[in-house]
Design a protein around this ligand. Sequence first.
Ligand SMILES: Nc1ncnc2c1ncn2[C@@H]1O[C@H](COP(=O)(O)OP(=O)(O)OP(=O)(O)O)[C@@H](O)[C@H]1O
Length: 318
Amino acid sequence: MIEVRELCREFAVTTRTGRFRRTRRTVRAVDSVSFDVAAGEAVGYVGPNGAGKSTTIKMLTGILVPTSGHVRVSGVDPSRSRRELTRRIGVVFGQRSQLWWDLPLRDSFDLLRAIYRVGAADYARRLRECVELLELSGFLDRPVRQLSLGQRMRGEVTASLLHGPELLVLDEPTIGLDLESKERLREFLADLNTTRGTTLLLTTHDLDDIERLCPRLVVIDRGTVLADGPLEELRAEVAPERVLVVDLEKPADPLGDLAGVVAVRSELGGLRQHLTFRRDETTAAALIAAVATRAEVHDLVVEEPEIDDVVRRLYARR
Ligand SMILES: Nc1ncnc2c1ncn2[C@@H]1O[C@H](COP(=O)(O)OP(=O)(O)OP(=O)(O)O)[C@@H](O)[C@H]1O
């Protein structure tokens, strides 16, 4: 669905270096980025500010022409066949609107239907689904400028789906939304991916978006790909420790000598123990069995490193 090979984009930047002097230099915003996204995947494209995410997205959607490298999205070269591409993919920019500000939301949808030449039955069905799942009925007839950010974003997502795209590219879709709106949007997008098979590529700073929506992460920093893989694999690679928290029936001495345990923190006078272990040295099941030979276990939980910890460690690797 997406094929990116050694993609580069440079910008010429002019800076003032004296009263009358200006120096021109070249910034490489995207520097030899390669990755593929298969049909049906949901991929998170993450990185710190200025990493090159938006520049990549703009090249994938035909807004920017690459300086060099190869891109194909949905079978076409985005910057050469932008029109063709807009018929096949949907794009949502959290900070830019594709709706007509002064028109009621419904009229924007009608205009998009005409632009994309969507058949009446398909249009009616897709709109009905979005109205229902994104709960738009209360504000369909209101001008877009009067909508709250959350309502507008639901409108933006609907607008991007009316022509039935096979790929939806989202740049910061949940930025600025309150928790409830974020969750509603995530639920909708997760359903779009899993039940309707729409491929998703999204950039975000909100790692809950990734946790909820994207089994795979592409991590970029300073224009280059730092890591690419399933979240679970990246977690195992950069954060090899897990924590088994056991509540014991009776207080016990710290169980730090069990095989694979690298640290122990004891609480409640030894009733609760946090056993940090390396996933490449033992499994949770083996450790639980070992604990059970030493003390009677009342309750337990295995904690994984938080996703923001994983991403922080990936950035720190550079
Ligand atoms: N039009 C432009 N002219 C000059 N430099 C640019 C231009 N657009 C982006 N850049 C530079 O390219 C680099 C990557 O920017 P980009 O917007 O792609 O990052 P980002 O990962 O999307 O960041 P953020 O998370 O802050 O949105 C930055 O150093 C930015 O200043």
